[in-house]
Write a protein that binds this ligand. Sequence first.
Ligand SMILES: NC(=O)c1ccc[n+]([C@@H]2O[C@H](COP(=O)([O-])OP(=O)(O)OC[C@H]3O[C@@H](n4cnc5c(N)ncnc54)[C@H](O)[C@@H]3O)[C@@H](O)[C@H]2O)c1
Length: 248
Amino acid sequence: MGTSQGRLAGRRALITGAARGIGAEIAASFRREGAELALLDIDIDRLLKTAAPLDASAFGVDLADVESTTDVVGRAIDGLGGIDILVNNAGILKMAPLLEIDPADWDFTFAVNVRAMLVTIQLAAKAMIPNGRGAIINMASMGGKVGGPNQAHYAASKAAVISLTQVAAKELGAYGITVNCICPGYVLTEMGAATRTEAMVQEWSAKSPLGRLAEPSDVANMAVFLASDEASYCTGQAMNVTGGMVMH
Ligand SMILES: NC(=O)c1ccc[n+]([C@@H]2O[C@H](COP(=O)([O-])OP(=O)(O)OC[C@H]3O[C@@H](n4cnc5c(N)ncnc54)[C@H](O)[C@@H]3O)[C@@H](O)[C@H]2O)c1
């Protein structure tokens, strides 16, 4: 159950990729602000551990699988008794030089990072429309605006997330539904940890006027704002949480 106190009091929220990292931080922040949560992830064991202290329902799903996504998201929305907030946070990053990218990895990246968002947005928006309100938040990336070496499939998929966000905002605004995306800079989560060195962290930090990388809470704070009534006249935006590394 949600609580009666907080900026998201009583709101029903579905969050994908919530087992760890940014998604788990968004879940904890939403809970603190009074939301009732349904959390989805492919890693059900870890998700159950994240969900338990948040009093959240947990659903295992492979977002690359359209049929399973449709089934699980439908059950999650039914379990909440409707939906007020959708956070499409799950994403994958496969690093490879442009000349060596396997087209199968390209398709898989797009399936998880973008196609799954289409499916969840369709299901959530249909449930939000009768209420005349809702907030949809998609996780894009600074890479979707400016690209980055060795991540053509990732960056292109995140540019597609920005575009999907804009189209959804234009089509769903008439129903009182806002659709925005967040473009984080570098966040030290398990994503990319395998190839990250201390020298890279120093180099990236120096690119920010603030001289540091993002904490998951920096991104979660933006998600809370976009989900709250404070952002009710904000739609179709790609909000940077980059410490000033990207300013457009
Ligand atoms: N970490 C960064 O620097 C950074 C920067 C910009 C954008 N982002 C974006 O933020 C989001 C969260 O990233 P993170 O850093 O917390 O990464 P993470 O890898 O720690 O977490 C991603 C979560 O998504 C889940 N997931 C992956 N594939 C899935 C699938 N097929 N079905 C269901 N769940 C799946 C994972 O199990 C994991 O719990 C992603 O969309 C990512 O692209 C991250």
